[in-house]
Design a protein around this ligand. Structure first.
Ligand code: AMP
Ligand code: MG
Length: 405
């Protein structure tokens, strides 16, 4: 990587590294109830017609349309057809059958008169036996009848490959009696944070140590982008320790993200271990997030972010979140435009991603200064303000591109 590499160059590099992994992901069957948010791996064709059988769209009376042409008309009611009724029923011409929504249409009937357009006088002892229904409104053949296959025919496409499965898709599969669906395997992403100073956020702090914010940022970010965290580890700055952890994490993952240890100081463990393995570690024209690296270890792409918490989060938002979201079938487009309400000063030759807070009327204000340790200010922000490479000043009222966090 040359020092002049741009954000787009680096994003392209990562994309090319990850592409073969995506190709090889493959599919797995999952139960429909477990498939929410997964991406269908193949077209699914229906084995059945939908509706499964001809049925009533209304609570009312199944009739022959020809018998109710002139209304009002009184018809003898010869029986009841509730939903779930199993035995086939035949309508006698000139009579009606009381029918419920979803109940199978009787043979011989071609319309349903909704109950609202009828008046029923029950027979002796308030029984349906001997009941008469007076129909006040005529209906044409087919009215309030749901024909078998009118929604979808057997063999038709029920679900297209590449669909991110929402409740409506799963409901359609269920309606067709499908119990399992083939989905794309989710990308397993491993995380290694590095730094001798790190203590897990739920452990005891000691002198000179800090809580590991990046492990939480990356693992939750991976999940939010629809991938799965295979394993998340933390390494000190000892090369042997890092190498051992790296091998374990690579073995369990399709993609690995590291944080820290890629700058130009001493004890830069990620750089020290990965460069001899052919990694490209360098600086790109971006702030925060200048130091970046990539490697392939045992065929697994390793993407190396700098350790400052804001740098890690911005790097993830810019370089991996859109890619992971695309793999997961989530909308990858996460940018928009806003009107500045704070003036901005930026470094020439660096693409800056400043933290912003959006307001009403399409505005955005600066949430903090540009320093990459301001993790609390990052939490107050809801966008990154994307300042182009060559821009040094922006005035209030100018339009900027923002990345929604
Ligand atoms: P490095 O990139 O390793 O040089 O780290 C740069 C800065 O980020 C240092 O101040 C580190 O202490 C801090 N840092 C590195 N990793 C983490 C982490 N996982 N969580 C919070 N801060 C970190
Ligand atoms: Mg470090």
């Amino acid at each position: 990587m040359t020092p002049s590499a741009t954000v787009d160059d680096h994003a392209g590099l990562i994309e090319r590294l990850v592409a073969p992994v995506i190709q090889a992901l493959g599919a797995e069957p999952v139960a429909v109830l477990d498939a929410l948010g997964r991406v269908s791996a193949a077209d699914v064709h229906s084995d059945v017609d939908l509706p499964l059988f001809r049925n009533s769209q209304m609570d009312g009376f199944a009739v022959r349309a020809a018998d109710v042409v002139s209304t009002p008309i009184a018809l003898e009611v010869t029986g009841d057809i509730p939903a779930g009724h199993a035995t086939p029923v035949t309508l006698i011409a000139g009579t009606a059958l009381r029918i419920m929504t979803g109940a199978p249409m009787p043979t011989g009937a071609d319309a349903v008169v909704p109950v609202e357009d009828t008046e029923l006088v029950l027979g002796r002892d308030d029984a349906l036996d001997g009941a008469i229904v007076t129909i006040s409104r005529s209906r044409k053949a087919g009215e309030y009848v749901r024909e078998r296959g009118s929604d979808l025919r057997r063999g038709d496409l029920l679900l297209a490959a590449g669909t991110r499965l929402a409740p409506r898709h799963l409901a359609a599969l269920a309606a067709a009696g499908i119990a399992d669906v083939d989905v794309r395997r989710r990308l397993r992403v491993g995380v290694i944070t590095t730094g001798a100073e790190l203590v897990a956020h739920d452990e005891e702090l000691a002198a000179g140590r800090i809580f590991d914010a990046n492990r939480v940022a990356l693992t939750t970010g991976i999940a939010e982008a629809g991938a799965v965290v295979s394993v998340a580890e933390s390494s000190d700055d000892d090369p042997d320790t890092f190498r051992r952890i790296l091998d374990d994490v690579v073995g369990a993952s399709d993609l690995v993200i590291t944080s820290g240890g890629v700058s130009k100081g001493a004890f830069e463990v990620v750089r020290e271990v990965l460069e001899p393995l052919g990694a490209s570690v360098g600086s790109i024209a971006m702030q925060p997030g200048g130091p970046q690296g990539t490697a392939v270890v045992d065929g697994v792409p390793v993407v190396c972010f700098p350790g400052n918490p804001v740098s890690t989060q911005v790097s993830f938002a810019v370089f991996l979140a859109p890619l992971l979201r695309r793999i997961s079938g989530l909308p990858a487009e996460c940018t928009g435009t806003r009107t500045l309400v704070s003036p901005i000063v930026s470094v020439h030759g660096k693409r800056q991603f400043l933290r912003g807070i959006t307001g009403v009327d399409g505005t955005v204000a600066l949430a903090s200064g540009p320093s990459s340790h301001l993790v609390a200010a990052m939490a107050r922000a809801d966008v990154l303000i994307d300042i182009p490479l060559e821009t040094t000043h922006l005035e209030v009222g100018e339009t900027v591109t923002v990345w929604y966090l």
